[in-house]
Design a protein around this ligand. Sequence first.
Ligand code: DX5
Ligand code: ZN
Length: 221
Amino acid sequence: MPLPKAGTIEIAPSILSADFGKLADEVAQVEVAGVKLVHLDVMDGHFVPNITIGPVVIAKLRKHSKLIFDSHLMISEPEKYAQAFIDAGVDNITFHIEVAENPPRLIEKLHKSGISASICLNPETPVDAIRNVAPLCDMVLVMTVHPGFGAQKFIDDAAKKVIEIRKIVGSNIRIEVDGGIDATTAPIVIGYGADTLVVGNAIFGKKDRTAAINDIRNSVR
Ligand code: DX5
Ligand code: ZN
């Protein structure tokens, strides 16, 4: 299933802060809370200083969830591994502009494979780096922390790039923010023009996931 059409606010719980020992149960808990997406952070220990999961785990998880799998590839060679993630059953691949060899070619491949394509930029990467690529995508992901770990502090200067990106992409392309999003920062990024909120620690760091999701929903009403 592709990403929901732009125009709605969506929360994408990030499993990075979940219990990886019982991943399917954790994902089921946010599914019953009514979210449409789950955010899967893939790290290679090279592009970022941490290692998480890959296509093998995602393919197994796919059998346990009907949620839209929003995969965020924090890996050095997205072109090399894209097919493995497509085969694993992800619905969206987000790759980083800092390491992509030929972004338009990869976006075309993802679209031909029937999945959504998104481009991501790190806090220190200027908006100019994605100016030509963003309009080809279904979503732009603006990192609001340095990628690699959950529960870091929100970087407002990075989030402000959303304002400029919204001017570039108009209203038909989603803008997702990732890092330090909670009930306090969610209204700030929505104000800048984001519509898709990745939330790790502020959901999976809490016992009651439905209550945590509702807190964030209420903060942006
Ligand atoms: C960070 C990851 C995020 C992370 C966000 O590198 O890309 O998706 O899980 O976590 P929180 O919401 O805890 O900042
Ligand atoms: Zn992420």
